[in-house]
Ligand binder design. Structure first.
Ligand code: SF4
Ligand code: SF4
Length: 418
């Protein structure tokens, strides 16, 4: 694609990056069929290719309108289009850059600005979120059904977190909303890793990965969250440290995809560039860790005896896992090896509609995607549905009476360690 970027962005690192991305698109349209919003709205401007045209126009100097903003807002940033693109167009990065430009040109309504600001203040702040969640849970039964379904019910008991007794150690990101909604996820991870000789350590000062603010176009704020996490983790990895820490484990694929890209996000920050790249290298999704440790893990499944019976599971692979991290089949393989029967899920590549704050900011499209997803997940009558990201877990739970869990929780139950 020929480009001629406007002065407003031409000589910035974002401009150079956007230009390089735009030039890789050959307009083939292979991405259209896989785009959830194009499937629902059947409008080229709600497809990846259409949005790329819109973004090109804005970056070339045409002033964005509310319509431009609407089409970009409707994008889930699910990155399904990246998975199928034969030219390797890094659509997710392009939309991040362009949304920031549009945000400066198009004034949002006071109501929308307030909601977006509140989301940035509440979600990344675990203590505020915990208080509000507890209030919501206390009055849950009094709320209208529509709102009630979106308030997560009380968290499952997290059980025991094993003491740090092994030589091999890994850090884990607690994240922002996960400790309040599902503390059992990280505790289950700690128990499983403990069984294969790895101690899992929480680092108090590492919290939100920065994705919420960044994707709400408060990009500097998002970068500050990233820097804070790097500072919190760095003492375990600097050259003089000998803590025996091998990796940083992510149990929410949404955070994982962000932390794995810290090196890129901070590539223009001369103070953090090297540390960020190192942190990204050390970051692994829990499925990658368990895949690497298969030799130690697999024999444990043979000793589960009568603890759990064989059960049918439907696995929803989050977009951040399959399109962002490009991890395919790893969780499925671990669950099958553990003795679970996995159902076939039609259109498994399509987003469930959670997409960070999308379910709040685009409720209608999100609801449609949720209904479609629940239908496909339930079609083979699974006993349970499992996923790999707290946002998807909460969103899916709002659409079904079936219990939704993180896949690591059912693995923990299988090993009778909860
Ligand atoms: S598939 Fe890739 S190259 Fe083709 S139109 Fe979509 S983004 Fe452009
Ligand atoms: S990121 Fe998802 S919603 Fe956005 S254009 Fe790509 S496929 Fe469509």
């Amino acid at each position: 694609m020929q480009t001629n970027l406007a002065d407003l962005i031409k000589d910035t690192h974002e401009g150079r990056e956007a230009e390089a991305i735009l030039r890789t698109c050959v307009h083939c349209g292979f991405c259209l069929a896989t785009c959830p919003t194009y499937q629902l709205l059947n409008d080229e401007l709600d497809s990846p290719r259409g949005r790329i045209y819109l973004m090109k126009e804005v970056l070339e100097g045409r002033v964005a309108t509310q319509k431009t903003q609407l089409h970009l807002d409707r994008c889930l940033t699910c990155r399904a289009c990246e998975t199928v693109c034969p030219s390797g167009v890094r659509y997710g990065r392009l939309v991040d850059i362009c949304r920031n430009v549009v945000e400066k040109q198009v004034e949002r309504s006071v109501r929308t600005k307030t909601i977006r600001y509140a989301l940035r203040q509440i979600l990344p702040n675990p203590s505020i979120f915990m208080v509000l969640l507890k209030i919501g849970q206390a009055v849950r039964s009094l709320l209208p059904k529509k709102i009630r379904n979106s308030v997560p019910s009380k968290a499952r008991d997290e059980g025991v977190w094993p003491p740090a007794r092994h030589k091999r150690k890994m850090l884990v990101l607690d994240g922002c909303v996960q400790p309040a909604i599902a503390p059992n996820i990280n505790a289950a991870t700690a128990r499983i890793l403990d069984k294969i000789g790895i101690s899992l350590i929480k680092v108090e000062k590492a919290n939100c990965c920065g994705a919420i603010s960044y994707h709400l176009n408060a990009q500097q704020e998002g970068l500050d969250y990233m820097r804070r996490n790097i500072d919190a983790w760095w003492r375990y990895f600097d050259n003089h440290a000998d803590h025996g820490v091998e990796a940083i484990v992510m149990t929410a694929s949404g955070c994982g995809v962000t932390v794995k890209e810290y090196g890129h996000y901070l590539s223009h920050d001369h103070i953090y560039v090297e540390k960020a790249a190192r942190i990204s290298e050390l970051t692994k999704d829990i499925s990658e860790i368990l895949e690497d440790e298969a030799e130690k893990l697999t024999p444990l499944f043979n000793n589960t005896g009568s603890c759990t019976k064989r059960s049918k599971l439907a696995f929803h692979s989050p977009c951040t896992l399959q399109h962002g991290l490009q991890i395919h089949g790893v969780v499925e393989n671990i669950l099958t090896t553990a003795g679970f029967d996995l159902t076939f899920v039609q259109d498994g590549h399509i987003c469930c509609g959670s997409a960070g704050t999308y379910s709040i900011l685009q409720p209608q499209l999100s609801k449609q995607l949720l209904e479609n997803k629940i239908k496909t997940l339930e079609s083979s009558k699974p006993a349970q549905i499992v996923t790999a990201n707290i946002g998807c877990l909460t969103h899916l739970q709002s659409g079904t009476p079936l219990i939704i869990k993180h896949w690591i929780e059912v693995l923990d139950e299988k090993l009778c360690s909860h």
